[in-house]
Design a protein around this ligand. Structure first.
Ligand SMILES: *[C@@H]1O[C@H](CO)[C@@H](O)[C@H](O)[C@H]1NC(C)=O
Length: 224
């Protein structure tokens, strides 16, 4: 959290014309920021899990009571010893429970919302993507090798996943480089299995969505 704040101040200081991705100092800060973010996410998961456990206890207690009432609803509510607690519960317990449901999660979400992620701009991503494409051009690499971290007989411990490939494809398409874009999109499909499908679905990058983009891209320009 602090680190990303420091990043914000720092960027404000340099009038923000230079992309963050052009500075290893800023990129290191960004990496640290991601680490902090993941820790906060873990705290959030713990809090949600604790809450779910509590809600299950509350629910099962209420279900037990409800079961008894359902055996003879009329008889149940005719007894003030039942109707008073029922009215009291509906009036105050439910409201308290609802505010509990909202509260805890909201607190932890706020912690995550406090990250000034907006300092990482679209221009930063474009700059970083151009650096990758520059390497490809300089060394005349094919997309598949590059995505696997293979550059000039050296195998780097770095990979581009489906999300990265889709980004590069769209980036190239915006620049009118249709053929290149198609190759990156095909590669995005090849890499599909390496990322949990659930993640890709959350990012609206499921297989069908990518295939549709690919079909669109392959259409002759005149047809669009
Ligand atoms: C990136 O950094 C280099 C070296 O400091 C500098 O020459 C170049 O102008 C920078 N690029 C941009 C887009 O700011």
């Amino acid at each position: 959290m602090l680190l990303l704040c420091a990043l914000v101040l720092c960027v404000a200081g340099v009038a923000s014309c230079e992309p963050l991705a052009n500075s290893t100092y800023h990129m290191q800060r960004m990496l640290e920021g991601e680490d902090h973010l993941l820790n906060d996410l873990r705290d959030y998961i713990d809090a949600v899990q604790r809450k779910l456990k509590n809600i299950r206890i509350i629910l099962s207690d209420a279900r037990q009571r409800e079961k008894e009432a359902q055996l003879d609803p009329l008889g149940f509510v005719s007894n003030p010893l039942n109707s008073f607690p029922l009215v009291r519960r509906m009036h105050s317990d439910v409201a308290a429970l609802y505010s509990y449901l909202k509260r805890e999660e909201g607190e932890h979400l706020q912690q995550i919302a406090d990250y000034r992620l907006d300092v990482v701009s679209a221009a930063d991503v474009q700059f970083a993507a151009d650096s990758v494409l520059h390497i490809q051009q300089t060394y005349q690499l094919n997309e598949r090798d590059l995505a696997k971290g293979l550059v000039q007989q050296k195998h780097y411990k770095a990979k581009l996943n489906t999300q990265d490939c889709v980004y590069l494809a769209k980036h190239l398409q915006r620049q009118g480089q249709q053929q290149q874009a198609v190759k990156w999109l095909e590669l995005a499909l090849e890499q599909y299995k390496e990322t949990p499908e659930r993640v890709l679905q959350e990012l609206s990058l499921d297989r069908v969505a990518i295939q549709q983009q690919l079909t669109q891209m392959k259409l002759p320009q005149s047809a669009i």
